[in-house]
Design a protein around this ligand. Structure first.
Ligand code: GLN
Length: 542
């Protein structure tokens, strides 16, 4: 029997609902249950694919090619359960579905309304594709009180009523602000937020209260009484030094126990949290430190590179070192003298990106890494820029460029209009809509035997996730290889370079896909482990 847990947020946004959901999922999983995590986002975009990363943070791509909210990244990292398109829905997607049904005549002449048509579509999404899952955790984006969130809250209210309260649980995440002049943690915003939920017909069963200091017993009693929840179902969510502490802290307060009690489960096995303790030990007691420069474009909002910074942390866990990140706007390298900033880093990473601004700075960063033999990791755009750099400066292809920035004399990186996915031919043109028309999701890549990446992966074929329109142009392969840049990974039909590596350099690898999306603390991605390992090696040389 599948049970459903709904997680809503109150008072302010950015309280870490995604992490809280992921942590609870991990705890239930550690007790042997099969979990799925889902996100319901109230914005009108069909998916976050067309949103600026500086507004909404990174777009997390799933194996099945969905462009989803970054919280799905937390879910995957914490539980290892691969997310799917079916795990993220937005108002835009719900309305598209409803409107398509209306046009198709499916509503048989009815006036199409938020209740029941939109709420029905929301409920369908919650219950879809649950297989034999024990717990489906659904996080509702936004904050209670937002106008656009109302249909979702109504949807989850109805859902709980229909499946019965013994199969549905509501958890509300709030903030307890500390007021220095009063010397107290204040419970009033939480009370108001719960009132707001109650006015929509939802009585939370547990409250997660974020605060920067412990919750005194008197405040806990007050919250329980005013918000009509059990005292032990008021869970303290203290700020922690690492996100990997969160599941353990919740467990220590009996959060998972409260959830099981709600569902009347009293024979659950104790959770096995060994792997969480091991990670914490490694994060808190590193044996060294390396400094990696991330040369990107959205460095003023670190959420734009969430999976990337996590994957680098995982690379640190694998090597028992702390990874310090220097976030650098690539544009600065378009001015003289700025490359000095890279002089004392142990590795340079150029991540994914779009558009011309700052591209030449990335080319410069790749050149610096190549010339100074600093480990270089180019991901997607970072690979494309490294290829352009080598083409221009080693292979003598002076006009090398990417058609992403307009017509290029030598389109070393170009728009691909047709490609194979398994047996199927996929197509796009430069006129296509921006949303969802990229090469998206997991594709097979054959690793060239004898290459460095073959050794790193220890595999002949790998599946990695993509999100891009442009490709390294295979027609330049010979010229690039003669210059030392080897194609070390290819699509199965041999037409798309997926990985390049520079001969005679300690570690210079570019990948057309996003390995950071598959890295987990328990299972650091081999490329990130190897890259951080190369940075450790480099740090011992200087
Ligand atoms: N802008 C490049 C492309 O579309 C790279 C995309 C990326 O880095 N994710 O191909």
């Amino acid at each position: 029997m599948t049970r459903f847990i709904f997680i809503t947020g109150g008072v302010v946004s950015s309280l870490g609902k995604g992490l809280a959901s992921a942590s609870l999922g991990a705890l239930l999983q550690a007790r042997g249950y099969k979990v799925r995590l889902r996100k319901l986002d109230p914005y009108i975009n069909v998916d976050p694919g067309t949103m600026s990363p500086t507004q909404h943070g990174e777009v997390f791509v799933t194996d099945d090619g969905a462009e989803t909210d970054l919280d799905l990244g937390h879910y995957e990292r914490f539980t290892g359960v691969p997310s799917r398109q079916a795990d993220n829905v937005t108002t835009g997607r719900i309305y598209s579905t409803v409107i398509a049904r209306e046009r198709h005549g499916d509503y048989l002449g009815a006036t199409v309304q938020v209740i029941p048509h939109v709420t029905d579509a929301i409920k369908e999404f919650i219950a879809a594709d649950c297989d034999d899952t024990d717990f489906v955790l659904c996080e509702i984006g936004g904050t209670v009180g937002d106008i656009e969130g109302l249909p979702f809250l109504e949807g989850i209210r109805q859902f709980g009523n229909e499946v019965g309260r013994d199969r549905a649980m509501y958890i509300h995440l709030t903030l307890l602000p500390y007021i220095p002049t009063a010397g107290e943690l204040k419970t009033k915003p939480t009370q108001h937020s719960v009132k707001e939920l109650l006015s929509l017909g939802i009585q939370p069963d547990a409250l997660l209260c974020r605060s920067d200091r412990p919750l005194p017993p008197e405040e806990r009693r007050k919250i329980a009484q005013f918000c009509n929840v059990q005292g032990d179902a008021v869970i303290e969510g203290l700020d922690v030094d690492t996100i990997y502490q969160v599941p353990i802290s919740y467990h220590q307060q009996g959060f998972d126990q409260v959830v099981l009690r709600h569902f009347g489960i009293d024979d659950a096995p104790e959770p096995d949290l060994t792997r969480w303790f091991e990670i914490l030990e490694r994060i808190r007691k590193p044996e060294g430190e390396v400094r990696i420069a991330v040369v990107g474009k959205y460095t003023n909002l670190l959420d734009a590179y969430k999976s990337l910074s996590e994957a680098l942390t995982h690379g640190g866990i694998a090597n028992n070192v702390k990874v310090e990140l220097d976030w650098i706007e690539s544009e600065i390298f378009e001015q003289d003298g700025a490359l000095e900033k890279l002089e004392d880093v142990n590795g340079i990473l150029v991540p994914g990106g779009f558009g011309e601004r700052g591209a030449e700075g990335k080319v410069e960063a790749a050149r610096f890494a190549r010339e100074h033999k600093v480990p270089y990791f180019g991901i997607c755009f970072g690979m494309q820029m490294a290829v352009i750099e080598v083409a221009r400066n080693l292979a003598g292809i002076k006009g090398a460029g990417s058609t992403e920035f307009g017509p290029a004399k030598e389109p070393v990186v170009g728009l691909l209009t047709e490609w194979l996915r398994g047996e199927e031919l996929e197509r796009r043109t430069s006129e296509d809509n921006l949303g969802g028309t990229m090469r998206l999701g997991a594709y097979e890549c054959n690793v060239v035997p004898g290459s460095k990446v073959a050794e790193i992966y220890g595999a002949k074929t790998v599946f990695e996730r993509h999100r891009h329109r442009y490709e390294v142009n295979i027609n330049y392969r010979d010229q690039l290889e003669q210059a030392g840049l080897k194609v070390a990974g290819l699509s199965p039909d041999g037409g798309l370079p997926e990985i390049v590596e520079l001969a005679g350099h300690p570690w210079f690898i570019g990948v057309q896909f996003h390995p950071e999306l598959k890295s987990k603390p328990f299972e650091p991605h081999p490329l990130f482990s190897s890259f951080v390992g190369a940075a450790v090696h480099q740090s011992r040389l200087v």
